[in-house]
Ligand binder design. Structure first.
Ligand code: UD1
Length: 427
């Protein structure tokens, strides 16, 4: 199993190109199942999760051309078109690799009147049920049964529009319902819809295919069903979580990075908190430059609480907590989205961090320096936080189970090494 060896203590200097957003690319690829024509996507990141989704879509009957990424460049274009055959089951082998496989449920059931998707299991950050996806589909007229670990959803006469109110915000639940509603008869309103930029990007893509979706990015989204959707071209938005991860890397190493293609409008709460912590952001013609406002001083502690967009994203909680481990003072980090998302804390303690967990909050008291140690990655964002910790730590950090990182960060060690980091993959 691959591991990373990181030698810490080098301030990062240079530029990093931000990749397309994984969490926008995955639902948009799944939505391509709805199209009668060819869809061409650009800025698709080259990631293990994207490959898993590509295999799933080919299994379901899409023809995909997926040229390998050119060495040294990021992202690629992807063409997806119907092959004429339609397979409406998503097997356990593919679903267990990636929870986002559940995103094919909405498109398959609305287009073909049936879908079987293996029930995704729990994961390191919590149980993560899909009850809201299923209740929403039932509101649109589908029948849902659970058989041998598979969720079977049928709607032989097609779906119909309805009001669906989510009791709390679900990102992929909103995406699934929105996709299902595009071909339903009549009008659907999704109330308490997710406002995440990736959901907005999906709606933009669906509208380009001919869907009629309005109110995107607000609490209530309205979808007028249409009879068919056609092909289109679409460029995936930049990855705000990757952007935030490299901002943390610049801050913790006291470096100076230009993040090419970054869009900080999608990170305004994070940016505000990090300015309070002592970071400087400067717009450039190609993106944004980020460094400490005063390179002779440590960062200051901040208090953060994860919330649905536009609040502080849970997917940046581990990385920004890591930044706070070397800030002056005591920070409080509160996680409100997932019940078990402090798995990185035990590993940070091994590196000399001072963090105490009290229920859903972590109290982080800054130390002068982290120390390299062998650590274990537990999930995607926790892995990124350990790389960030390793970049700042004294000596050598070995990060085990690095396959998590390959699911969500395109060429991370290349991007960081280009800016002076010392990261080596050990097979
Ligand atoms: C998406 C993102 C993930 C991010 C998360 C929160 C993708 C592919 N993944 O995950 O990176 O961390 O949003 O921003 O976009 N819940 C239920 N029942 C449901 C659905 C969700 O109880 O049917 C709960 C979850 O367990 C969680 C909360 O709702 O506690 C929010 O989850 P949700 O927004 O659905 O996360 P995902 O869409 O899975």
């Amino acid at each position: 199993m691959d591991r990373l060896r990181v030698i810490g203590g080098i301030p990062l200097q240079g530029e990093i190109t931000i990749s397309g957003a994984k969490n926008a690319a995955l639902p948009i690829m799944a939505a391509s199942l709805l199209s009668e024509g060819e869809v061409i996507l650009s800025r698709v990141p080259y990631l293990a999760d994207i490959t898993t989704m590509a295999h799933l879509l080919m299994h379901c009957g899409l023809d995909l051309s997926m040229p390998s990424a050119t060495p040294g460049s990021f992202g690629y274009s992807l063409s997806l078109k119907p092959s004429g055959k339609a397979i409406t089951d998503a097997p356990y082998d593919l679903v267990r690799k990636m929870r986002a496989s559940i995103l094919v449920l909405g498109p398959l059931v609305t287009k073909y009147g049936r879908a079987t998707v293996s029930m995704p299991g729990g994961c390191a950050i919590g149980t993560r049920p899909i009850d809201l996806h299923l209740k929403g589909l039932e509101r649109l007229g589908a029948t849902v049964t659970l058989e041998g670990g598979d969720v079977q959803v049928t709607a032989p006469k097609g779906l119909h529009g309805a009001d669906v109110t989510f009791p709390f915000i679900t990102v992929t639940g909103t995406a699934n319902l929105m996709m299902a509603a595009t071909l339903a008869k009549g009008t659907t309103r999704i109330i308490n819809a997710a406002k995440e930029p990736e959901v907005v990007d999906l709606a933009k893509f669906l509208n380009a295919m001919g869907a009629k979706i309005s109110g995107v990015g607000t609490e209530t989204m309205t979808i007028e069903g249409v009879s068919m959707l056609g092909g289109c071209t679409h460029a995936i938005i930049p990855d705000r979580i990757e952007t935030g991860t490299y901002i943390a890397a610049a801050g913790i190493t006291n470096g100076d990075l230009e993040l090419i293609g970054a869009d900080l409008d999608m990170l305004s709460v994070v940016k505000g908190e990090l300015i309070d912590a002592g970071m400087l952001f400067e717009a450039t013609s190609r993106g944004v430059r980020v460094c400490r406002a005063d390179k002779n001083k440590p960062l200051r502690s901040i208090n953060i609480k994860t919330e649905p967009y536009p609040g502080f994203p849970t997917d940046l909680q581990a990385q920004i907590m890591t930044l706070m481990t070397v800030a002056q003072g005591t920070s409080t980090v509160t996680e409100t989205i997932f019940e078990n998302r402090f798995m990185h804390v035990a590993e940070l303690l091994r590196m000399g961090a001072n963090v105490q967990i009290h229920g859903s909050s972590a109290v982080v008291t800054g130390v002068e320096r982290l120390k390299g140690a062998p650590v274990m990655a537990t999930d995607l964002r926790a892995s990124a936080s350990l790389v960030i910790a390793g970049l700042a730590a004294e000596g050598e950090t070995i990060i085990n189970r690095i396959y998590h990182l390959d699911r969500g960060y395109e060429m991370m060690e290349t991007k960081l090494n280009n800016c002076g980091a010392s990261i080596e993959r050990i097979v």
